[in-house]
Structure formats: C-alpha cells, structure tokens
Design a protein around this ligand. Structure first.
Ligand code: ADP
Length: 435
C-alpha cells in the first residue's frame, strides 16, 4: 500500500480516452493531472514529479516517443513508468517506443475492467517487454532518429516560412505607418498655415481682439502643435526603423542649438518651477552633426527630464569635449529609472508608466508619451556613430533618485563627414545601449 495518493499524469488530446482513464483511476484513489500537449505535459511533469505518465502516441506537438525521450533524459524520470496509449500501432512502432524508453502500453479503446490492474502492474515496476536484440534496438533507434530529424527539418521550414511572412508583414506595417504619417503631415501643415493667415488677416482683426476668440484660437494652435509633434515623432521613428534616416551633417554651433531647445521649454519650466542649469561656454560652437536630428535628440532628453521631475526640481545640462569626442549629459532630480528598465526604455514603444495616465504633453509631470522619444534619440545618436546610455540609482517617486542620460558623439573631420553622409545607416533601433 502507498502512504500518499500516487500521482498519474495523463497527456493526450483524445478526450474520450482521457475521460475513461480519469473516471476509473480517480475511483481507485489515484491523484490525476492532465495536459493536452506534450510541452504542457513536460511542464507539469517537471513541476509535479508524477509517479507515472500515460501519454498518447501522437500528440498535437510531438509524438509520445519524443516525450518519453525528453523525460528519460531527465534524471528525475529515469525510473518513472511511461505508458503509451496505443491505437493499433504496429509491432515496429511498439519496439521503437520500448527502445526509446517507454515502459508499456494501454490499448485504446480503454478497457475499464482491467485498467486499474494494468496500471498497478506498471506502477510496481512491470514492463511490457524489453527489446534485448541489440540489432533490433539499434534499428529502432535509427528509425527514431530519422523521424525526429525529418520532423525537425519540417519545423525549421515552417518557422522559416512564418518568419518570412512576419518580416513581410512588419515591412508592410512600417510602410503603412510612414505613409499614414506623411498623409497626416500635409493637412496639418495646411491647418497651421490657414490658422496663421486667419490670425494675421486684417479683415478678421476685430474678431481676434475678442478674448474668447483668442482663447479658442490658442487652444486650437496648442492642439495642432501637439499633433504635429506626435506625427513628426512617428515619422522619424519609422524612418529610423526602416533605415531611411539620412543625415545632413554640417558645421553646427551646438551651444546655440541647445540654447534653442531650452528656449522652447522656458515657459513650461517656469510654470513648473523647474530650474535648468546650463553653461553655454561648456558646449562646442563647431561640431559636425546633423543639426535638425541632434536638436530632436536633445529636445527629447530635455523634455523627458522635465516630464519625469516633479515641480520645483532641477535639470542639469553638462558638456565636455576634446578633439575626438563630445560628451554631454542631461541630469534631472526626478523619479529615476529602475535598473530592469534602463536598457528597455531605448526600445521602441517601451513605456514604464500606466498608459491610461499617459498624455502627449512634453512637459506635464509624469505626462508620458508614445514611448518613441528615447528610441528616436538612440537611432539618431547611433546614426552619428555615437553612444547613448542612462545612469540612475532606481525608480522612486518619493525619494527622487534622478536620472542622467549620457551622449557621446565622435568629432569627425569635415572630410570624413561626406563619407558618412553617403554611407547608409543600418543600425537596429532595438538595441541594448545601457552598457
Ligand atoms: P515617452 O514618450 O513615454 O516619454 P520615451 O521613449 O521618451 O517615451 O521614454 C520611455 C520611458 O522611459 C518613459 O515612459 C519613462 O518611463 C522613462 N524615462 C525616460 N526619461 C526619463 C527620465 N528622465 N526620468 C525617468 N524616467 C524616464
């Protein structure tokens, strides 16, 4: 007699057989576990360590023989009875199953009058026969190996095909995003233009003097601005993704460029009482970069620093450079970033907060966005053959450990720049840049 109920794992998708097994064995005091697919069965077996495994010969994802091989290769299941539910299988198949480690068979349809006796027999160490003829054993193993390899080959082909289809789908999706954002950009530019014309129109000047009308127009202008930023972000990201980012590298006054970024956030920072520390003389006045792209990258870093720092916080823009390298950083006294998230935030669409709370605001505390800003930064910096990474003690909105984003840009000789312009950018945006 056994002290505790013995556990049997039944792996099969033939529910008629499973039900018959379940009802009879349950009534005899066995504890039963079940799985329909071999991979799930393997998980259950590893977790629950059953005293016996009953498996169908042809499971949806592998054969019972393959499952037996997997279990037998695990030290914990060397002696566990593994019984096949046979359904008119040939003598060769039986020999093959025994050769790869099965203990025996229970015939389908299940004969419930002898089932428990049969199961007890296997449970106590009984076997349905051992293949002792070494030639036969070798043959069986060879056949088995051939089957496994040919199934593997089939799976590889299937995977290659679905991989090809997915790549194609991904390309179609990228093309669609590019096309859609292009299409959105044109009417948005027109809306901005018409709005400006209306505001400046002498015929409408008396209407514009009205406070309510001004408020309406300001609200409209703000919304269009935000929409334009989002469309530009999507467009830049999709260009980076499909490697269509073309750098227009030229001599750039980086100090002035950073000043322009700061100016664009001055009002927002005032409203949120955020102090920004920046010494213009620390920044190079002659750098060979794509000014539009670097502007976008720095703007994203500064807007994140503002966004993830509570009111009254500090943002520091530091820079040092020599003849080979410019290194700058954007440091804040904000909520910080956990070490698990430090690599993934550079991946596209990775956002750490609750998306329900996200807005597209670039400056509202914890405002969030599309999760594109840092992947855009990373794509732009990489296109300049530079590096971007983050340092933060962790994420804590109470103690505010802050974050510091570092960027390193190589200073290239103007002659090398032309070469860079010609060279297509081929880096992947999804990358681990934290190290
Ligand atoms: P988002 O548009 O959501 O800000 P980003 O790609 O710019 O997307 O940033 C991705 C995520 O990284 C953000 O959702 C945020 O959780 C985190 N993050 C970025 N910058 C900072 C920062 N300075 N401080 C804290 N967390 C940050």
């Amino acid at each position: 007699m056994f002290d505790r109920p013995r556990t049997i794992l039944i792996i099969d998708d033939d529910m008629i057989a499973v039900r018959a097994l379940y009802e009879s064995l349950k009534a005899s005091g066995y504890r039963l576990l079940g799985a329909r697919r071999a991979v799930d069965g393997l998980d259950v077996a590893r977790r629950e360590r059953p005293d016996m495994v009953i498996t169908g010969i042809y499971l949806p994802d592998m054969t019972g023989r393959e499952l037996a091989v997997m279990l037998r290769s695990d030290r914990r299941f060397v002696h566990t009875p593994i019984v096949g539910l046979s359904d008119n299988i040939t003598m060769e198949e039986r020999a093959l199953s025994l050769a790869v480690g099965m203990t025996g068979f229970i015939e389908k349809p299940i004969d419930t009058s002898t089932l428990v006796e049969h199961v007890d027999y296997f449970m106590k160490g009984g076997r349905d026969g051992v293949v002792s003829d070494t030639g036969q054993l070798e043959m069986a193993r060879m056949v088995y190996l051939r089957d496994v390899v040919s199934r593997l080959e089939g799976r590889i082909r299937e995977l290659e095909e679905s991989n090809r289809e997915l790549t194609e789908l991904d390309r179609t999706k990228d093309d669609f995003i590019q096309l859609a954002s292009h299409e959105l950009r044109t009417p948005l530019t027109l809306i901005t233009g018409y709005m400006r014309l209306m505001i400046d129109s002498p015929e409408l000047s008396h209407v514009m003097e009205d406070e309510n009308t001004q408020m309406l127009f300001n609200g409209l202008a703000d919304s269009v601005d935000r929409m334009q930023v989002v469309v530009e972000e999507i467009l830049t990201t999709s260009r980076i993704i499909v490697n269509r980012i073309e750098l227009n590298v030229r001599e750039t006054n980086l100090a002035e460029l950073v000043m322009a970024v700061i100016d664009s956030y001055r009002e927002a920072m005032q409203m949120r009482r955020i102090q920004l520390h920046f010494r213009q003389t620390d920044w190079p006045t002659e750098a060979y970069v794509d000014p539009e792209m670097i502007y976008v990258a720095i703007r994203n870093l500064v807007s994140n620093a503002i966004k993830y720092t509570p009111d009254g916080g500090q943002v520091y823009l530091n820079c040092a450079y020599n003849t080979d390298l410019i290194q700058f950083s954007v440091r804040d006294t904000g909520i910080g970033i956990s070490s698990e998230n430090q690599a993934s935030i550079f991946k596209r669409m990775h956002i750490t907060g609750d998306i329900q709370l996200h807005s597209t605001s670039k400056t509202a505390y914890n405002g969030g966005g599309l999760g594109l800003g840092l992947s855009i930064c990373s794509g732009i910096i990489e296109a300049h053959h530079g590096k971007i990474w983050v340092q933060s003690e962790g994420h804590d909105p109470q103690t505010l450990p802050g974050s510091e984003f570092f960027v390193e840009l190589p200073i290239e000789h103007p002659e090398a720049v032309n070469q860079k312009q010609r060279k297509p950018y081929s880096a992947s945006v999804v990358q681990d840049v934290a190290n």
